[in-house]
Design a protein around this ligand. Structure first.
Ligand SMILES: NC(=O)C1=CN([C@@H]2O[C@H](COP(=O)(O)OP(=O)(O)OC[C@H]3O[C@@H](n4cnc5c(N)ncnc54)[C@H](OP(=O)(O)O)[C@@H]3O)[C@@H](O)[C@H]2O)C=CC1
Ligand SMILES: O=C(O)CCC(=O)C(=O)O
Ligand SMILES: [Mg+2]
Length: 742
């Protein structure tokens, strides 16, 4: 066994998980070194990725390696073993803030050119766009996903149910979605038989051709889809929904995925901002344009930029804003104390997490008076919106789900090689005029074509054949391993899904499916089928495409176990390696805020603990490292103890927090190592550690709690001073010295 290969790569990311890592990593390192396993960190934080992309602007000692590119290469190799924590998928306001912070720290980076004029500015914007939005996950996800709530997590939720808002049958909450002229209704899908290379062109009404993307290589058997959303229809839809929300007295709330759909969704978001604040944009259009206000960045961009105006002009605009609020429906709030609405910035309300939060809260969101209220959830694109309406209807009919009895819905998700919509951003365009967009193959034939008008959004998606086959196989394997029915959420009436159904039917017989229950149903029917089973306590595997993978792996965990942080998220890489994502959620911006305000970190690292256990297991099996297997088994045992003894962080200051949770994990892990009999040397070594941790429990807790209660200064948000972070995240000398003594 080469020790170099017995390596786990652990990612340094942002916000909550970034802080947590400073406390947990030293524990991991000291435990794994006992088994000859090396842990190497790779910084893929937003700030780290910015620096990695601009070496030519930095002094030599400021330059950093491109850790994401290195991990992306590694993910294609059989020895890959990567633990990936959630990272910021930056909206433009976040990107701009991170650049500013780095500039203030002496990194001579160029500004983000929001409206690039010169060639140089266009180049700079292109380089920053590499870092924008969901730029990490697609690079690492060289495999499909297997996400589920592990048994002890489900058991814990059954015995300690989280709160669930009650549902009333007369709830006015509902989903609003387009019924025509969106992507779903215009989708055209083709499976290409042979390798090809297509060009995407816009042809105006005079026949002038503008190439939108010169080359998109296609593999044999690849499925390509193209679709367009009409701007006119979208604006019309939004106007009607604003009016309807007002009439019905419900909150208006927009739910998008502007991070992963980083080209299309900010544009849609911008239209919603312009529709809601129509009078402001109509009356002050010229002024706002001069200020460089970009509604696609959210209403917050307008609020920030009008501060540059003279007081009287500002007051006039503010008066008109006030009138929009008075004449329009109330907006769902992100932070009612700070007056931050759902339309403030496109990265605040992200559909995968925001819709389940609403469903868990009786179908309500927060209004400006900090009360919950029935809501119109506006999801313009209709491809998947129906699944949420189905859940709402189900809850109205049957009441809230009961975590003590409900079944579980694991997911097998198609995501390898930038599958489907989540890989579409480099093939998504806001159309400059009337005409058509066509996809032309190497032979010069038009493969698909759509009539378009100015402002329409046109996009193309790719789904490669090998990932589809791998996904079908993974579904069959999970059905076999669990005995649960597996449902492919595919709609035969949707062109893309119809192509996939053909492949599913072709590939399923290649796997062992004898005796398995496998269905193919449209997403809405699959949701109904799954919910009926869940209510009876039965488990159902959802086998979905990339978008539903994302939506369902927050939705069901949040309903079943209270959070997607407790999910096991495995990505068996197609070339044999393992990518272990920690939970199915994000980096929880509210958590770092609380830590900065009062020194309490409520981030639950259970996702990291679970990922580490499977990563060690993978490593042990791949490289015949028995010690790694012992570490993995004992960590499983520690995770169960952690749950049974309720050691997740509290939400309140001056109570057990993330740091305390790491202490308990270490204590349980050390004891489990001491108690096992497979490796006497390890048992001996960890007995002393377990004894010391247990003897000092009260003292360590005291030292950890004493560190809370006042604001923290870590010299930055996106690029904090890591020495200070280590210091603040490791405040117990007693714990530190025991960990160092391992
Ligand atoms: N895999 C990835 O890299 C992902 C990254 N993201 C990124 O994360 C950021 C935030 O996304 P957002 O949609 O707000 O969703 P988050 O999942 O970060 O947060 C939603 C809420 O979930 C709860 N939560 C999530 N993780 C944990 C945890 N480990 N412990 C305790 N509670 C947890 C928190 O609830 P409470 O506040 O009640 O404590 C939190 O406020 C964005 O930048 C987004 O792009 C999002 C999803 C996945
Ligand atoms: O990459 C991102 O921005 C989010 C990923 C995500 O939400 C998921 O995979 O569940
Ligand atoms: Mg998600």
């Amino acid at each position: 066994m080469s020790t170099d290969k017995a390596k786990i790569f652990y990612t340094i990311t942002d916000e909550g998980p970034f802080l947590a890592t400073h406390s947990f990593l030293p524990i991991i390192e000291s435990f794994t070194k006992a088994a000859g396993v090396n842990v190497e960190t790779k910084d893929i934080s937003l700030a780290g990725r910015i620096l990695a992309n601009f070496p030519d602007y930095l002094k030599e000692d400021q330059q950093v390696t491109d850790a994401l590119a290195e991990l992306g290469d590694l993910a294609k190799k059989p020895e890959a073993n990567i633990i990936k924590l959630p990272n910021i998928s930056a909206s433009i306001p976040q990107l701009v803030a991170a650049i500013k912070e780095l500039q203030n720290k002496g990194y001579d980076l160029p500004d983000y050119p929001e409206e690039p004029q010169t060639e140089e500015e266009k180049k700079i914007q292109k380089r920053y766009d590499v870092v924008k939005g969901s730029a990490v996950n697609p690079v690492l996800r060289e495999g499909n996903s297997d996400r589920r709530a592990p048994k002890p997590v489900k058991e814990y939720a059954r015995n300690n149910p989280h709160s669930m808002g009650e549902w009333s049958s007369d709830s006015k909450s509902h989903v609003a979605t387009m019924d025509d002229h969106d992507f779903a209704h215009s989708e055209k899908s083709v499976t290409v038989p042979d390798a090809d290379d297509v060009r995407i062109e816009f042809v105006d009404t005079d026949g002038n051709v503008q190439v939108l993307k010169e080359s998109t290589p296609l593999q044999p058997g690849e499925v390509i889809d193209a679709a367009a959303m009409s701007k006119k229809a979208l604006v019309n839809f939004l106007e009607n929904e604003v009016k309807d929300a007002k009439e019905k007295g419900v909150l208006f709330s927009l739910h998008m995925k502007a991070t992963m759909m980083k080209v299309s969704d900010p544009i849609i978001f911008g239209h919603a901002v312009k529709v809601y604040f129509k009078e402001v944009f109509e009356k002050h259009g010229e002024t706002l344009k001069k200020l460089g206000v970009d509604p696609n960045n959210g209403f917050g961009d307008l609020e920030a930029k009008i501060k540059e105006l003279p007081e009287d002009k500002q007051a006039e605009i503010r008066q008109d804003i006030q009138e929009c609020y008075e004449n329009g429906p109330d907006l769902a709030m992100v932070n009612s104390h700070k007056g931050i609405t759902n339309l403030h910035v496109p990265s605040d309300v992200i559909i995968d997490a925001s819709m389940p939060a609403m469903i868990r809260t009786s179908g309500q969101m927060w209004n400006k008076n900090d009360e919950t209220q029935d809501t119109k959830a506006v999801i313009p694109e209709s491809s998947y919106a129906g699944i949420y309406q189905e859940v709402i209807d189900f809850c109205k009919e049957h009441g809230a789900f009961d975590p003590t009895t409900m079944g579980s819905v694991p997911n097998v998700g198609l995501m390898a090689k930038k599958a489907e919509e989540y890989g579409s951003h480099d093939k998504t365009f806001e159309i400059p005029g009337s005409g058509s967009v066509r996809v032309v193959n190497k032979a010069g034939e038009t493969v698909v074509e759509h009539p378009v008008e100015e402002g329409d959004i046109w996009r193309m998606c790719q789904t490669k054949d090998a990932p589809i086959k791998d996904w079908v196989g993974l579904a069959a394997r999970r059905a076999r391993e669990t005995g649960s029915p597996a449902v492919f959420w595919l709609d035969e009436n949707r062109e893309h899904d119809a192509e996939l159904i053909k492949k599913v039917n072709a590939y399923l017989p290649e796997f062992d499916t004898e005796g398995l229950e496998i269905h193919i149903m449209s997403p809405v029917k699959a949701m109904r089928f799954t919910l009926e089973r869940i209510k009876e306590g039965k488990d159902t595997i959802s086998v979905t495409g990339n978008v539903l993978r994302d939506y369902l792996t927050d939705l069901f965990p949040i309903l079943e176990v209270g959070t997607s942080a407790k999910m096991l998220s495995i990505v068996p890489l197609m070339n044999g390696g393992g990518l272990f994502e920690t939970g199915a959620g994000g980096s929880a911006p509210k958590h770092i805020q609380q830590f900065l305000d009062e020194g309490h970190l409520r981030w639950d690292s259970l996702g990291e603990f679970l990922a580490l256990a499977v990563s060690l297991e993978h490593l042990g099996k791949t490289f015949d490292n028995d010690r790694a297997l012992v570490l993995s088994e004992t960590l499983d045992e520690a995770n169960t103890q952690y749950l049974q003894n309720d050691k997740s962080p509290s939400r309140k200051v001056n109570e057990h927090d993330n740091r305390g949770s790491h202490f308990y994990l270490a204590m349980y892990w050390a004891r489990a190592l001491a108690n096992q009999s497979k490796d006497a040397e390890l048992a001996e070594r960890f007995k002393a550690v377990a004894d010391k941790l247990e003897e000092n429990e009260a003292k360590i807790n005291e030292e950890l709690i004493a560190a809370q209660g006042s604001p923290e200064e870590i010299e930055g948000y996106y690029w904090p001073n890591r020495e200070i972070v280590y210091d603040r995240m490791r405040p117990s000398e007693t714990l530190n010295s025991i960990i160092e003594s391992v």
